[in-house]
Design a protein around this ligand. Structure first.
Ligand code: ADP
Ligand code: MG
Ligand code: ZN
Length: 472
């Protein structure tokens, strides 16, 4: 039997606010265990949560970046469950009125709908010492603001799931609300997946694979589940609705627990946090602080600037890179010339040195200046590469570097004529050959003049003057 995979994702993204969502503890990643927690995020009785306004703002930004509507009236609920990484024995989350609803994300031709985004608190981390059977707890992560992005079951393959997670990460990074470092756990993905026999109209029973922390494991978990579930269905067995875990070593999933029902969580409105009411002005203020999103930049680069799609894609893949490019073309609009210099030469220098855009010494205006010098015929393309390397290593403006290193092309015709005269005088034989019709020696004479003129040699000017000189 052929089956169609039906996949919905739940993406947890930690918001990069300075402090936690209901207390003032630092929400920075890492730190010595249990040094970034207080009575509030450790859930001691008698403490009360205070909502972090920044976290609300970031959640709205995330929603706007993912095409959502904002719930102008949203509120918090308690989700009750006991697990040792959550000392209060309940999680403050949003159940009835999530902060964002109905989003959509384009993954290259296909739209994946977002059902909702809600704001909640992260739990602590259990550290299992298998050797002595101990489990230890670190509460530093407890109370870090977390958004959960829940999609509709619109995804049909591992490839689409990866593309969706990449698109969401890119948008969240542009919005500046999450660093999306899957290896540090700031972005974690749960995959819900079921199979539908071809031609069926009802969704099948799904399994949920929890806490995937790389694009690769998302894809592998999906591939494995497609295999496992289709084997079961082919053999006339039922799929059990359950939560499973993925094992990176074996590439397989195994049952963790049967799926909890909503009533198991005994949700009720959180009594310690008042409802949040936004005005249209609040939302517009937040929206006005968002930068241009990657999709919009892609359109501008390809349609308005005429860049090839691959170049545009590479530029938007990193906001710092795209900002840098924008900075350069805003002073000197040679869109292609600047894109080439950045994507070929500058990225090469960055890759070779292992540095990132943040540590770049070059201001974008200087890239513009350098391309302009080339366009105006003041430095050759090869010299431009040398100048860029010096700018990259030591900083400094391109004109000064060109001057100091003798890389400005000779534009003084008199100087060129003097050198040509010298060369012709020393190469009478070649001159005679040329004049008797052996035009091949022209290249040799060009070479001699260029060599004498050194780095600043100006091929166009030399060619013109040499032709004239040989005619006389
Ligand atoms: P729960 O409340 O049990 O977590 P939700 O309705 O919130 O369930 O759905 C969780 C995720 O599972 C969503 O991303 C949704 O798209 C996805 N989902 C729901 N039903 C199915 C299904 N039959 N097959 C695959 N994914 C599904
Ligand atoms: Mg859910
Ligand atoms: Zn705290």
């Amino acid at each position: 039997m052929r089956y169609i995979p039906v996949i919905g994702l739940e993406i947890h993204a930690e918001l990069s606010t300075d402090s936690k969502v209901f207390c003032n503890c630092s929400s920075e990643f890492g730190g010595e265990q249990n040094t970034r927690c207080c009575p509030r995020c450790s859930g001691l009785p008698g403490t009360l949560p205070v909502l972090n306004k920044k976290a609300m703002e970031y959640a709205v930004k995330a929603g706007l970046a993912l095409g959502c509507e904002i719930n102008m009236h949203n509120s918090f609920d308690r989700k009750n469950y006991f697990y040792p990484d959550l000392p209060k024995a309940y999680q403050i989350t949003q159940y009835l009125r999530p902060i964002c609803v109905s989003g959509k994300v384009d993954i290259g031709g296909k739209i994946i709908r977002i059902n909702r985004i809600h704001l909640e608190e992260d739990a602590g981390k259990l550290i299992h010492h298998d050797s002595d059977g101990l489990s230890l707890i670190d509460l530093n992560r407890c109370g870090i603001p977390l958004i959960e992005i829940v999609t509709e079951p619109d995804i049909s393959s591992a490839e689409e799931a990866k593309a969706f997670v990449e698109a969401v990460s890119l948008n969240l990074k542009y919005a500046g609300v999450c660093d999306c470092r899957m290896e540090e756990g700031s972005l974690r993905v749960d995959v819900n997946i079921s199979l539908m026999p071809e031609g069926a109209t009802e969704l099948g029973t799904r399994a949920e694979i929890k806490n995937l922390n790389s694009l690769k494991s998302i894809a592998r978990a999906i591939e494995y589940e497609i295999y496992r579930q289709s084997e079961l269905l082919d053999n006339g067995m039922n799929i059990i609705q359950e939560t499973r875990r993925f094992d990176d070593n074996s590439g397989t999933t195994s049952s963790l627990r049967s799926k909890q029902e909503v009533h198991d969580y005994r949700y009720f409105p959180e009594p310690d946090i008042p409802a949040v009411i936004f005005t249209q002005d609040d939302i517009e203020n937040i929206r006005s602080n968002l930068p241009k999103m990657p999709q919009e930049r892609f359109e501008e680069y390809t349609v308005v600037f005429g860049l090839p799609e691959d170049d545009a894609r590479l530029l938007i893949s990193d906001k710092a890179l795209s900002d840098f490019y924008n900075g350069a073309v805003s002073v000197y609009p040679n869109y292609k010339g600047i894109a080439n210099l950045i994507l070929v030469e500058l990225l090469h220098l960055l890759n070779k040195s292992g540095l990132s855009m943040d540590s770049l010494l070059i201001p974008p205006q200087d890239i513009a200046k350098l391309v302009r010098l080339t366009d105006e015929g003041k430095v050759s393309r090869n010299a431009a590469k040398d100048i860029l390397r010096i700018m990259f290593e030591k900083g400094g403006s391109p004109d000064a570097i060109a001057r100091e290193n003798g890389l400005l092309m000779e534009t003084d015709t008199g100087a060129v004529i003097t050198v040509i005269k010298e060369v012709l005088a020393h190469n009478q034989k070649a001159v005679d050959e040329y004049r008797s019709g052996k035009e091949k020696v022209f290249g040799f004479l060009m070479g001699q003049v260029s060599k004498k003129m050194g780095k600043g040699s100006n091929p166009k000017l030399i060619r013109e003057e040499l032709e004239k000189a040989l005619k006389n």
